[in-house]
Structures are given as C-alpha cells and as structure tokens.
Design a protein around this ligand. Structure first.
Ligand SMILES: [Zn+2]
Length: 170
C-alpha cells in the first residue's frame, strides 16, 4: 500500500497503451502472449480492462491489483469475483492488500456493496493461461494469431468441488 491517493488501479490499462503485439511473456513461462506497451498514467485510464502484461504479472507475482506491490501470504485478499466454468471457479482478478481493498470499496463503483465478500484469498488454486485467437480477436487487436492462439490473461482457478464459497453476485 503506497498511500490513499490512488484513484486508478495499477492493473488498469491506459489509452496510450492501446497497441498490441505478440511477444514472449516472462509471466507466462515465456509463451507467446498478447503484449501492450507500458505507459501507465498517459492518456485516459480504461477501468473496465486490465493491461495485459500487468495483469499477468500481478497474478504471477501476487501483486495487488490496486497498488501493484507484492502481497504477502498473510495480507492477500479478494472479493470472490469470478465465474464457475468447465469444472473450475476462475478469476482474472489479482489479489489485493486489505488496506487497498478498503480503499477500493470506497472509490470503485463495481465493488459497491461487496464489503461482505472481502476475505483472505483461499488456497488450493492453480494458475491457468487463457488463450486468445481466432477471427474476433484478430479483428479486436489487429493482429494475426497463430492457430493455437497466444496467451491472454492469467487466471487463478480453484477446482469447482473445492470452491466452497457461494458466488452470490453471479
Ligand atoms: Zn495494495
């Protein structure tokens, strides 16, 4: 936690970062991945979409979505955001520090009313790579993807039978 003045989460993309290439990613075991330049603070923040590289880094290194600093195992929280899919509960949301979570609850519209979902991140997870490619992605990003696709987000995933929390918000 670096202060209470943060208004844009570290993971958010900025408009000056909206260009895309395929590059090997150290946060995805060196696999080809969707890459964007690192220009946080330039242009306008895009709250709805995380920056691809920072998103993977935040999951691979357990960095806080809000401030970008590493979370220690005893201060690693989440809001139970995610979806049940294909036998997993999966989320693209990196963990948060408790103090950063309290701050985010005050300033992030999408967290409004989720105070009661804030809890220590449960163990027993796997880290999955989501693959992107195909005509829709090629149009969205203006790139030609290889047939097997490239890595997009990293996801934290729990086997469905171990996901004992209820996903009250769908
Ligand atoms: Zn933080």
């Amino acid at each position: 936690m670096v202060g209470m003045t943060i208004s844009v989460p570290w993971n958010a993309a900025w408009s000056a970062e909206e260009s895309y290439e395929i590059r090997p990613c150290r946060y995805a075991s060196g696999c080809p991945a969707l890459w964007s330049p690192h220009r946080p603070g330039v242009g306008k923040p895009i709250f709805a979409r995380p920056h691809m590289v920072r998103q993977r880094r935040s999951i691979a290194e357990w960095r806080c979505t809000v401030c970008g600093e590493k979370t220690a195992p005893n201060d690693r929280w989440w809001f139970r955001l995610g979806d049940f899919r294909d036998g997993w509960f999966m989320t693209t949301e990196a963990p948060v520090h408790h103090a950063c979570a309290r701050h985010a609850l005050k300033v992030c519209p999408h967290l409004r009313g989720r105070e009661h979902d804030l809890e220590p991140m449960p163990g027993g997870f796997y880290i999955l790579k989501s693959m992107i490619g195909g005509p829709v992605s090629e149009r969205d990003f203006g790139l030609n993807f290889p047939p097997q696709g490239v890595v997009g987000h990293l996801k934290i995933a729990w086997p469905e039978n171990r996901a004992c929390w209820s996903n009250r918000h769908g």
